[in-house]
Design a binder for this molecule. Structure first.
Ligand SMILES: [Zn+2]
Length: 437
């Protein structure tokens, strides 16, 4: 088993908790008085940062929401008030989509960028990547953090990094073959897209040397059927990873793949809350992931509501790691979870059902709400050569069996649904005149 930081990855949980508390205290003392956003937020809440001596003190700190970070940026453009140091101290700026469409910028110092690389070291070693590997990154290297930090991780491991921006899919496939890439980092959607392009161009996927795909940006790598489909197309193992621009690269899948991702608990504190009440969710219950990053004092997020749904599992993993895991990876966005006729429906559950159909090329799920009643509508594109009506009926039945919910399934004309290159948006909600969402 390969570890990146074995001492911490396998430490007894009490020791991990002590380490987290020590890191938290030094973070709080570093930012208090310097970081305008948190200094004001805590002072408004009547909290004296120096009083944080335990996890129960920590839990008194107010949650941070994305909308607040966006507002903090609007108050002091272009970088906002969540900057602990003077702007000269920062060497990188990236951006992510904000809540209202305005991009939200995140800043890194050389130290915090190093920390991103350290976290990616866990992701890569977790997937068994070594200095002998050649990593291909079919990524645009634009303003989104995406796989930029994977490059830092590769440097730490000593693996060769092959930048794959600026090419179309077929050029990328040829480069992967010619340079003998063994690892590919991309979204699950793009892995499927490359396989689809190869199929149409009669490019032989079995001529590639890829043995591992490291996925991020979407939950797919832990959606059993999506994972199986990618692994079959590539003849390689796929690994899930989760992170966010404003948080960091926080979770990764180990080689034993226990059906979930490990949180890097030496660098992050995770809590799971009930989305309605904001209280800690009961053990093993699905709730919203709240995260605190411990290694980015220049742009910290403390008790940050990620909007991601997770189910935390604290039992030790057979890989030897004591880091908590999120069973099934990120299960979807809390905004996307709806209760339809008493059934909790979240996007990965539907994806898992639809992906078992090799005859379905692409799909789109729409939840319509009229008079507070939700309906599930699924559009599918059927691969040519199949009986579309038969596939439609089978998809409808499979969703009904899996979720006890009868959706409306329609067949879309080939090429009419969006085919995604990077992050997919296959789930949307439309609210009718009396919808309350
Ligand atoms: Zn493990």
């Amino acid at each position: 088993m390969s570890f990146y930081d074995e001492a911490n990855e396998t430490a007894p949980r009490e020791r991990l908790r002590t380490l987290q508390l020590q890191k938290l205290q030094s973070l709080v003392s570093e930012i208090c008085g310097r970081n305008r956003f948190y200094t004001k937020k805590w002072s408004d809440a009547g909290i004296v940062a120096a009083d944080i001596q335990s996890f129960s003190d920590f839990e008194k700190l107010p949650f941070t929401c994305k909308s607040e970070l966006v507002q903090a940026q609007e108050e002091a453009p272009p970088f906002g008030t969540n900057a602990t140091y003077s702007i000269d101290a920062y060497t990188r700026v990236h951006q992510t989509s904000g809540t209202t469409g305005t991009p939200m910028r995140v800043l890194d110092t050389p130290q915090s960028w190093d920390w991103w690389g350290h976290c990616w070291g866990h992701v890569l070693k977790g997937a068994g990547v070594t200095s002998a590997d050649r990593m291909f990154l079919p990524f645009s290297f634009g303003p989104f953090i995406g796989f930029w930090a994977a490059v830092e991780g590769a440097k730490r491991i000593g693996a060769m990094m092959i930048p794959g921006g600026g090419w179309d899919s077929i050029q990328r496939l040829h480069t992967i073959r010619e340079l003998g890439a063994t690892v590919v980092c991309c979204t699950p959607t793009y892995a499927l897209r490359l396989a689809e392009v190869a199929r149409k161009a009669r490019f032989d996927m079995s001529s590639l040397s890829v043995r591992a795909l490291i996925h991020a940006g979407e939950p797919g790598a832990n959606v059993a059927r999506t994972k199986a489909r990618i692994e079959e197309a590539w003849g390689a193992k796929c690994f899930d990873h989760a992170g966010a621009s404003e948080v960091g690269a926080h979770s990764f899948e180990c080689e034993l793949q226990p059906g979930g991702i490990h949180l890097i608990e030496s660098e992050f504190i995770a809590e799971v809350i009930d989305t309605q009440t904001g209280r800690e969710a009961s053990a093993g219950e699905i709730g919203e992931l709240v995260i605190t990053n411990l290694g980015r004092p220049g742009f910290p997020v403390i008790r940050y509501r990620t909007g991601d749904l997770v189910r935390m599992n604290l039992s030790p993993c057979s890989c030897g790691r004591t880091f908590a895991r999120f069973d099934g990876g990120l299960l979807g966005r809390s905004d996307d979870m709806v209760t339809i006729r008493g059934v909790n429906v979240y996007p990965t559950a539907i994806e898992n059902v639809i992906r078992q159909f090799g005859s379905v090329d692409e799909f789109q799920v729409t939840v319509t709400s009229v008079h507070e009643m939700h309906n599930l509508e699924v559009q599918i594109e059927v691969v040519s050569g199949n009986d579309a009506e038969l596939v439609r009926t089978h998809v409808e039945q499979a969703i009904y069996h899996a979720l006890s919910l009868r959706p409306t399934v329609r067949v879309a004309k080939p090429g009419t649904l969006a085919h995604f290159e990077m992050k997919a948006r296959r789930f949307r909600r439309l609210d009718g005149p009396s919808g309350n969402q």
